[in-house]
Structure formats: structure tokens, C-alpha cells
Design a protein around this ligand. Structure first.
Ligand SMILES: [Zn+2]
Length: 224
């Protein structure tokens, strides 16, 4: 059994519709001949994210945008992203209750299964451990282990690219400028409250605003 396979010029990008995944989509467009976006509908309360992902996929003129469902995560509940419960900064195990256990592990495994069908070895995700809220499935160590598990379990060499992993939010804004993602960011969604225009006060809005302020760049989402 060999794990060696030719690297193809195709990438599957996990696209949530948020700032980070949109930046990754445009990063991938510069590096791969074909880019396929994958959005997972896991029962997130804010359906506006799914609309954002579709709008941005069209804007980016990529090869395809697929939506797969993973309703089990919503059925399990317990997270402020899937249930109507208030956000708690330190709910359990030192993590905020916006943590959805297993989410990125399942997303990337599904993405790998989809990539296999496309004859693709390259996955791209916006996980970032620099500003990370304590989510253990956003750490590079976790993704290295998952990369090995997927490559072995599918006998298909798989690379998980995480271009934002070690960038600050301000550096991510500069990267978005570099790769031409600014127009698309106007349609991205970040707010935990699911509001558009964004509420400006939830932790997600504050983190996004801090990044743009530190980068000295105006957030296209806030332009009239
Ligand atoms: Zn907000």
C-alpha cells in the first residue's frame, strides 16, 4: 500500500462565509487551477452565513460551491452557535460555549471525502491559533494529526493548508488585500448575533473590528 500520489492542481476550501474562510478562498484562487468551495450546514442558528457563502462563491467565480449537511451537530446541541443560549466565555473545560465539539474534525473529514471524489489532495481551511478562542481543533497540532489520519484512512495523501494559522487578525486583513479578497469581504458574515449590518459589540464583531483597526484598513462590510 503506497501513500504516494501525484499532487493535483485542485483545492477544496472550507467556506463558512466568514472573514477568515473568504480570505482563504482567494488565497487558494491564486495557488490552484481549480477551486471548489464546500460549506457545511450543521444547523447553525445564523442561516445568513450560508447565504454569504453562496454569494461569495459566485463573486469569486470558482469552479463550484457545494453545501453538505451535518445536522447531527445541531441535534447534539450545547453550543451557542447551534442553540439559543447566551454566549459564555468560559463554559466548560476553559472553552467558550461557542465551541462545537468535533466540528472541525468532522468538517475536514467530510472535505477530504469530497476531495477524494474530485481527485484532489489539497484542503484549505481558515483555522488560526494566534487569536484562537481556545478552540483545540484550530491548532496546527490537531490538524497535523488529522492530516495523517485522513491520509492513512483513505490511502490518499492529503494536505490541510491553513494560511492564517500563525497570522494576527491584522495580518489576515493585509493578506486579504494581497489576494484580492476585499470586495468579497463586503459580503462576509462574522457577527455572533447574526445581524447585518453587524451588531458591533459581540466578541466576533469586536475581534474583527480590532483586526481592521490594527491593520489601519476600513472594513468593507461597514462601508455604506
Ligand atoms: Zn456582532
Amino acid at each position: 500500500m503506497s501513500l504516494i500520489a501525484p499532487i493535483s492542481p485542485i483545492a477544496v476550501v472550507l467556506l463558512s462565509g466568514g472573514q477568515d474562510s473568504v480570505t482563504c478562498l482567494y488565497w487558494a484562487k491564486q495557488r490552484f487551477e481549480q477551486v471548489h468551495a464546500l460549506t457545511i450546514d450543521y444547523g447553525q442558528r445564523h442561516r445568513i452565513e450560508l447565504e454569504a457563502a453562496e454569494t461569495i462563491s459566485q463573486l469569486a467565480q470558482i469552479q463550484s460551491h457545494k453545501v453538505l449537511t451535518l445536522e447531527s451537530l445541531g441535534q447534539l446541541g450545547g453550543s451557542s452557535l447551534t442553540d439559543s443560549i447566551p454566549l459564555e466565555e468560559s463554559a466548560r473545560n476553559g472553552l467558550p460555549n461557542s465551541f462545537v465539539p468535533g466540528r472541525n474534525l468532522l468538517f475536514l473529514t467530510l472535505a477530504a471525502a469530497y476531495a477524494y471524489q474530485l481527485n484532489c489532495h489539497d484542503l484549505v481551511g481558515g483555522m488560526c491559533q494566534t487569536d484562537y478562542s481556545g478552540y483545540p481543533d484550530c491548532r496546527r497540532d490537531t490538524l497535523d494529526a488529522l492530516e495523517s489520519a485522513i491520509s492513512l484512512g483513505m490511502n490518499w495523501t492529503t494536505t490541510i493548508h491553513t494560511p492564517l494559522m500563525f497570522l494576527t487578525k491584522a495580518e489576515t486583513v493585509h493578506l486579504a488585500q494581497e489576494v484580492g479578497a476585499m470586495e468579497a469581504l463586503r459580503w462576509s458574515h462574522t457577527c455572533y448575533e447574526g445581524k447585518r449590518p453587524p451588531c458591533g459589540i459581540c466578541p466576533a464583531c469586536r475581534l474583527r473590528a480590532k483586526g481592521f483597526a490594527e491593520a489601519g484598513v476600513e472594513d468593507p462590510l461597514l462601508q455604506p
